[in-house]
Design a protein around this ligand. Structure first.
Ligand code: PHE
Length: 407
């Protein structure tokens, strides 16, 4: 690599006057939080994917949606802007808003950047999920890297009118039509209304899956260069309206250029962080990047639909201590009694208790549990000596109260 080059995800690119990616941003590429096991963003991704798998299936019950969650975030300006009809002078192209690798190459600012490519490949129903990059201030709700999910569905004339009594004579397209607030010039009003109906039903269903059946929803007219008409879906959650997603009927020029001109399509895009912050009560967007087990372990569950409310973690360091004991042979041991004792004895000095190992003696068949106790106080740094004292007291109490034999 020469001085004049920059390495991003293992590839070298020529620098030019447009290059403005920072090392900090480059270090985020490849973290792939959205596919990291047990990560809150991964649970959200899985809920969205499961919903589309369940909602759209073929005649033998297989899902017709394909999921693309590991496409490289390095795109061309043609993918990010031109393929989506974003004008040459549009503000979203500015160097102050995007991370450019060079004049023609940048980190995608939305997952919609891959829409035209996947349509060109022949796909009709798909989700794109990944990390996106936008120059932004950094605070509780803004971070220059976040994650999005996009969805696209394209239909033929037969599919659009499949539930219509007398579909003969119904068309997707009309000549010499004019664009209005309701439709693009080339589309018939009836085809757009059917697609709009399916799009809105699908997305309300998604909102209900994520927030619960009773969630209040409202549609707001929007503008995107790549869809018309366009809407935003807002949901009323915890006393405020939250912008959940943007969507609309795909501009026919995009489908035409991608070789799907005989179909009509809808698309939507949403951000995963804001959703996860709402659903899990996570107060700061920067927490998603945390490697602290005090954060991550709160999301360690298999079922992505599990509802948990995040509990703030301490800013002070953790201190870990293990304890192993043989369980009483009468079967009276229950881990919950152990956890109660820990809370009583430790008095706000324990953050997590993790069952690390269960062992059955091959001859005696006695069972032993090994736990890691993570000590951490909300208001001060715990020193080792204090932790050891508490740890010894816990051992003493479990021996007396739960009749275990500490090893
Ligand atoms: N890409 C848009 C955004 O980032 C969302 C969107 C996707 C809107 C697809 C319409 C269709 O805000």
């Amino acid at each position: 690599r020469t001085n004049n080059e920059i390495t991003v995800l293992g590839c070298n690119y020529l620098r030019d006057a447009w290059t403005n990616v920072s090392l900090n941003i480059i270090s985020k590429l490849g973290r792939n939080l959205h596919v990291t096991q047990y990560h809150p963003l991964s649970h959200i991704r899985q809920q969205i994917v499961n919903y589309f798998y369940k909602q759209f299936y073929n005649r033998i019950g297989n899902s017709i949606f394909s999921v693309h969650d590991n496409i490289s975030p390095i795109v061309t300006t043609a993918q990010q802007f031109d393929s989506l009809l974003i004008p040459e002078d549009h503000p979203s192209r500015k160097k102050t808003d995007c991370y450019y690798i060079n004049q023609n190459t940048l980190l995608r600012a939305h997952t919609t950047a891959h829409q035209a490519d996947l349509i060109s490949m022949g796909l009709n129903n798909f989700l794109i999920i990944g990390d996106v990059y936008r120059k932004d201030e950094i605070d509780r709700v803004h971070y220059p890297v976040f994650h999005q999910a996009d969805g696209v569905r394209l239909c033929t004339v037969q599919e659009v009118f499949s539930n219509t009594k007398d579909p003969d004579g119904l068309r997707l397209f009309e000549h010499r039509g004019v664009e209005s607030s309701e439709k693009q010039g080339c589309h018939t009003l009836e085809s757009v209304k059917i697609m709009e109906h399916e799009l809105k039903n699908t997305l309300i269903g998604l909102a209900q899956t994520l927030f619960g059946k009773d969630i209040r929803c409202k549609w707001v007219e929007q503008y995107f260069p790549f869809t018309h008409p366009s809407w935003e879906l807002e949901v009323y959650y915890k006393d405020q309206w939250l912008e959940l997603l943007g969507c609309g009927i795909i501009r026919q020029e995009i489908l035409q250029s991608a070789g799907a001109g005989e179909r009509i399509g809808w698309a939507f895009g949403l951000g995963l962080e804001r959703l996860a912050m709402c659903l899990y009560n996570i107060p700061d967007i920067r927490l998603f990047w945390s490697k602290d087990s005090g954060f991550l372990n709160q999301f360690k569950f298999e079922d992505p639909n599990t509802m948990v409310q995040y509990k703030p973690i301490s800013i002070y360091p953790q201190c870990k201590n293990d304890v192993s004991f043989w369980l009483p042979e009468d079967g009276s041991y229950s881990p919950n009694d152990f956890y109660d004792i820990i809370q009583d004895v430790a008095n706000h000095r324990v953050e997590q208790v993790i069952l690390k190992d269960v062992y059955t003696h091959p001859v005696t068949k006695r069972v032993s549990h090994c736990y890691t106790i993570v000590y951490r106080h909300m208001e001060r740094t715990l020193i080792k000596r204090e932790v050891n004292k508490v740890h010894d007291r816990i051992k003493q109490h479990v021996t007396e109260c739960l009749h275990v034999t500490v090893r």
